[in-house]
Design a protein around this ligand. Structure first.
Ligand SMILES: NC(=O)c1ccc[n+]([C@@H]2O[C@H](COP(=O)([O-])OP(=O)(O)OC[C@H]3O[C@@H](n4cnc5c(N)ncnc54)[C@H](OP(=O)(O)O)[C@@H]3O)[C@@H](O)[C@H]2O)c1
Length: 314
């Protein structure tokens, strides 16, 4: 099969590999599309270095193929799989979606939402799931601020917060203002002109390196600041110390910092499927690349030119 092949951290090529074989609890997918996000870049580079001791491979990547978000068609089921059958259309996450075929555990797959394309479906799992987890507990009428609202997670953050009945303010740069408005944000701040003002019940922080004190002052007593991520954390820990510092403050402040580690679970993808099928959430697909240009797709995301989600279509 054709695939992006990654034998060591920091380099990958477009080449050929054997089609993988599904093991117990896995299915073989004919991949139709693969979402791209900063996580793919982190695992390609092995940076921050902390990812290497988190189970992704110490000396080199465990998976020979990059890519996690996936949509496709089940071609073969492994031993013990009853949830899916050959021919089912699914989406979710796996190790190695930048390829014509990939094996995926059924614990990370859900039925593909009806009414959207495979390309759109591949843009949903990680970013949509992260936003959904970060916004748990938001009540109608609450004020939600989404930092990085024009990016992968933020584009879902705006839509899911609206679906939960919140008043939503998005923060992004100039070229993404129209996108963020179109996603349903009630207010939009262009951070290249002036930073956001106001106070919020929940801040979903998916972009920009604002001090914790700045985020706390913008949150009401009893409110939450969900730290999704930003790219200012450095090559070693990726900002782990900032997350630690945030939770150490919690006993002494009226707000609560919540560093988020999003889970990749079939149940979460199924919740997203329901939201998409109900028309409450629409994947904001930005640029689409062919598999042979998957490395350009990663560069596109890394260079922050992407608006919404970048996708590799196979
Ligand atoms: N915790 C988890 O489990 C988890 C899961 C997924 C992703 N992440 C991390 O979360 C972060 C966001 O992921 P993503 O996929 O959404 O990345 P993304 O698509 O690159 O979006 C990040 C957005 O932040 C915006 N931004 C940069 N500086 C900003 C500022 N000062 N104020 C407001 N917005 C700013 C960027 O563009 P503009 O400045 O042009 O608007 C960009 O649109 C990444 O660091 C990723 O690694 C964490």
């Amino acid at each position: 099969m054709k695939a992006v092949v990654q034998r060591r951290y920091g380099s990958a090529v477009f080449g050929e590999l054997a089609v993988p074989v599904p093991r117990e609890g896995e299915v073989l997918l004919e991949v139709r599309a693969a979402g791209v996000d900063m996580g793919v870049w982190h695992l390609l580079e092995g940076k921050p270095y902390v990812v290497r001791i988190l189970g992704f491979g110490f000396r080199g990547p465990k998976s020979p193929v990059p890519g996690r978000d996936v949509s496709g068609v089940v071609k073969e089921v492994g031993p013990g799989v009853t949830a899916f059958a050959v021919g089912d259309e699914v989406f979710g996450t796996c190790e190695g979606s930048f390829a014509e075929y990939a094996v995926a555990p059924v614990s990370r797959l859900a039925r593909k939402p009806e009414g959207i394309s495979f390309t759109e479906a591949a843009a949903v799992p990680i970013s949509g799931g992260t936003a959904l987890e970060g916004l748990r507990g938001v009540r109608p009428g609450q004020r939600v601020l989404v930092l990085g609202a024009g990016g992968g997670v933020g584009s879902y953050g705006v839509q899911i917060a609206k679906a939960l009945g919140a008043h939503v303010t998005g923060v992004c740069s100039t070229t993404k203002v129209e996108l963020v408005r179109s996603l349903g944000a009630d207010e939009v701040f262009d951070h290249t002109v002036a930073d956001f003002t106001g106070t919020y019940d929940l801040i979903l922080s998916c972009g920009g390196a604002r001090p914790l004190s700045r985020l706390r002052r913008a949150t009401v007593a009893g409110g939450r600041i969900v730290l999704v991520g930003s790219e200012d954390g450095g090559a070693v820990t990726g900002g782990f110390e900032k997350s630690l510092a945030s939770v150490l403050q919690n006993p002494f402040i009226k707000q609560k910092f919540v560093p988020l580690v999003a889970r990749e679970r079939a149940e979460i993808f199924d919740e997203l499927r329901v939201l998409v099928e109900a028309g409450r959430v629409k994947p904001a697909v930005g640029k689409v690349f062919p598999l042979s240009e998957a490395l350009d797709a990663i560069d596109h995301v890394y260079s922050r030119r992407s608006a919404g989600k970048t996708v590799v279509a196979i």
